[in-house]
Design a protein around this ligand. Structure first.
Ligand SMILES: *Cc1c(COP(=O)(O)O)cnc(C)c1O
Length: 374
């Protein structure tokens, strides 16, 4: 870790809110996702001469930019999303930060940005969660959502990779995604718009992928759907993923339940939740296959009863059941349209691991060190 990150200077902002409890008193409910921030952020700088340097924990405050700042024009911007969970013994643990560190570095390489060393990423997470430990909510399904990001800082319009970058890490306390019981989503299969194409940036967690997705999301909303399902950009048949989440399908294989998830093609984003569920499903005795699955198979299987459940997975909502799908051609229901038993079993198991209620047999929980005495 760089010298400047060794000492945490947690300056007091003296605001009204100092913990998630107070924040809850103020709002009278769980904070909305991504709308309430903790008091500090970690920042770090990159330039060719010094490499990554000048990391600090500082009060969360706005940036100011020159109008020519490269990110605003050419979009060299990447991010990550991961969570810290309160543990039964009062400690705090972050779920698989090393995998996010690897993906952050891979995203940086794809956008010709300087990868942040993985141990620096992990140290930033440690430092911020340690400083903000009072902001980690205690309830089941609640967590401190962590948002690392990196963006280009050169103030010039030349079309080339920026020579300077800023890393920043912020945090939001988030409530249970389904405070009133798990509900299903209806999805819109997008046939006109695509999110990503092989050879493009679909495998990188970059800001531009989201910009490319919002119009289709509006189309989904206009069709009374909650989320978009993306298809392969070339064949427009192969299912890739859903909004910012990956998809799973539960098959009835002669009475046995079997799981299918789309095989990575180079254009879908390989989620940490997706990868974790491959393992969890195996642990629970399910056979899991990564393979191509088309909209035709999904619809036909759902109609004939060979596909009995579908769900989406990602850090924010963990596991979300998909009850029905719509497209311009019509709609179909999956199973009886309600959350299915395999979906709920996997969801429960993964949440139990994240909250320390199940043995962490795969070493996925990264403990946050005790508060530094100063
Ligand atoms: C972040 C993301 C996911 C889910 O990844 P997790 O690591 O499980 O949170 C899936 N699809 C897209 C497009 C994403 O950006």
């Amino acid at each position: 870790m760089t010298k400047s990150m060794g000492t945490v200077v947690a300056r007091n902002l003296a605001p009204e809110l100092t913990s998630v409890q107070e924040c809850r008193q103020l709002t009278g409910s769980n904070p909305l996702f991504g709308a309430v921030f903790t008091q500090h952020m970690v920042t770090g700088q990159y330039d060719a001469e010094n490499g990554w340097h000048d990391f600090q924990v500082e009060p969360l405050s706005p940036f100011s930019f020159h109008p020519a700042t490269s990110t605003l024009h050419y979009g060299q911007a990447i991010f990550e999303g991961l969570k810290a969970y309160a543990q039964p013994d009062g400690s705090i643990a972050v779920f698989r930060p090393e995998v996010n560190a690897q993906r952050f570095a891979a995203s940086a390489r794809r956008l010709a940005m300087p990868p942040l060393p993985e141990q620096v990423f992990e140290a930033a997470i440690q430092q911020l969660v340690d400083v903000e430990r009072n902001w980690v909510p205690q309830g089941y399904g609640e967590s401190l959502y962590l948002r690392p990001m990196m963006f280009a800082r050169d103030a010039r319009l030349t079309t080339r990779p920026s020579a300077t970058y800023t890393f920043c890490l912020i945090a939001c306390p988030v409530g249970a995604y389904f405070p009133n019981g798990v509900s299903v989503v209806t999805v819109w299969i997008s046939e006109d718009y695509v999110r990503a194409v092989r050879g493009g940036t679909g495998e990188a967690k970059c800001a531009g992928n989201y910009a490319a997705s919002f119009l289709a999301q509006q189309e989904a909303t206009a069709n009374r759907c909650d989320q978009v399902v993306w298809l392969d950009a070339i064949d427009r048949e192969t299912i890739e993923e859903m909004g910012g989440m990956n998809l799973y399908f539960v098959l009835d294989d002669g009475g046995q339940r079997k799981l299918i998830t789309p095989v990575p093609t180079g254009s879908l984003l390989k989620g940490v939740t997706r990868a974790s569920l491959l393992t969890v499903a195996n642990d629970l005795g399910y056979q899991v296959e990564e393979r191509r699955i088309t909209t035709e198979e999904w619809e036909h299987g759902s109609r004939t009863g060979t596909i009995v459940e579908s769900f989406a997975c990602g850090t924010a909502a963990v596991v979300t059941p998909v009850g029905a799908a719509k497209s311009r051609k019509g709609s179909f229901t999956i199973g009886d349209g309600a959350p299915g038993p395999v979906t709920m079993e996997l969801r429960q198991r993964l949440l139990d691991i994240q909250h320390g209620r199940q043995k962490d047999t795969h070493g996925w929980l990264c403990p946050i060190g005790p508060a530094e005495k100063g």
